[in-house]
Ligand binder design. Sequence first.
Ligand SMILES: Cc1cc2nc3c(=O)[nH]c(=O)nc-3n(C[C@H](O)[C@H](O)[C@H](O)COP(=O)(O)O)c2cc1C
Length: 346
Amino acid sequence: MVFRKTNCTFATLGKQRKQRKNNINEMNTNRICRLFNIRYPVISGGMVWCSGWKLASAVSNAGGLGLIGAGSMHPEVLAEHITKCRAATDHPFGVNVPLLYPEIEKIMEIIVSSGVHIVFTSAGNPALWTSFLRDRGVTEAHVVSNTKFARKAAEAGVDAIVAEGFEAGGHNGREETTTMVLIPHVRQVVDVPLIAAGGIGSGQAMLAAMALGAEGVQIGSLFALAEESSAHRSFKELALRAGEGDTMVMMKKTVPVRLLKNPFFEEIRAAEARGANADQLKAMLGKGRAKRGMFEGDMEGGELEIGQVSATINAIQPAAEVMHRIISQYETALYAMNEKPYFTSN
Ligand SMILES: Cc1cc2nc3c(=O)[nH]c(=O)nc-3n(C[C@H](O)[C@H](O)[C@H](O)COP(=O)(O)O)c2cc1C
């Protein structure tokens, strides 16, 4: 499938479908595909303890854009992951850099010197790094959770914006804006290529995001539970069993993060109910809590980050199968929407 901006009418649908198949190698007009030189506008988000070279290269090989998550890597570990990722794929891949990262200068130097051309920044002010990256030929996308930061990112000159709704796994915005509301709102205020994130676990959800104004999607939870994710098997299995309401955003007094319910979550909940302040919550989190949970498999005392969409995920699959399913669901849903309208305008 080639992602194109189309002007569908029912009469032309069949013809367009045929034409799409014939034109499979035709130039892609989707701005996200063009920006990153990828086949499908599907990005696997940078995720601490989950998105190493294996996951990133598998997603890139399947036609999406795989990101290595630098947030849980020392600089030399990141360098190793970049080398391995390059050996495992001829396709473009990128690195996610949370901007609050303590050794950020070293991380950026490694990215640039190892010839990575795509960086997704998050959790900080992109203006600090935009010209550094642009001057070195790096394409930058920045993750935001509200329109204020979307405007700032656009003013800073980023090449694309990821707008991430409150459903998402990982760190969230304080405004609690859901993807359904955030995407059209961000679309109203900025014109840069827009990627939707948060709650996307199927091709149908991807289609909905595109209908709201996104031009691509960033998926986290679904790929965190894929075979190539470096997360511990126990974490993947527990997250697969998660149902509706089994994740909640906690730690709003410090850095809000969506957590899977486990004994550590209950400790945090109890502390918050007692009125614990930011410093007390930070002390409870300590160091290495996310590694302990997601990477080392401590399901009792570890911090477990996953999105609401985990309630709909039922299997650990190879990333290529996940990609294939999303794209075929997207295509099927797109045609179904056109062929079976639920109402007419006359
Ligand atoms: C386990 C986990 C770790 C994450 N770590 C990061 C991170 O290090 N940097 C970042 O920008 N986003 C991080 N995220 C957010 C994802 O990149 C992505 O935007 C988000 O998961 C999308 O929402 P979804 O989980 O509903 O698909 C993380 C998400 C998860 C589930």
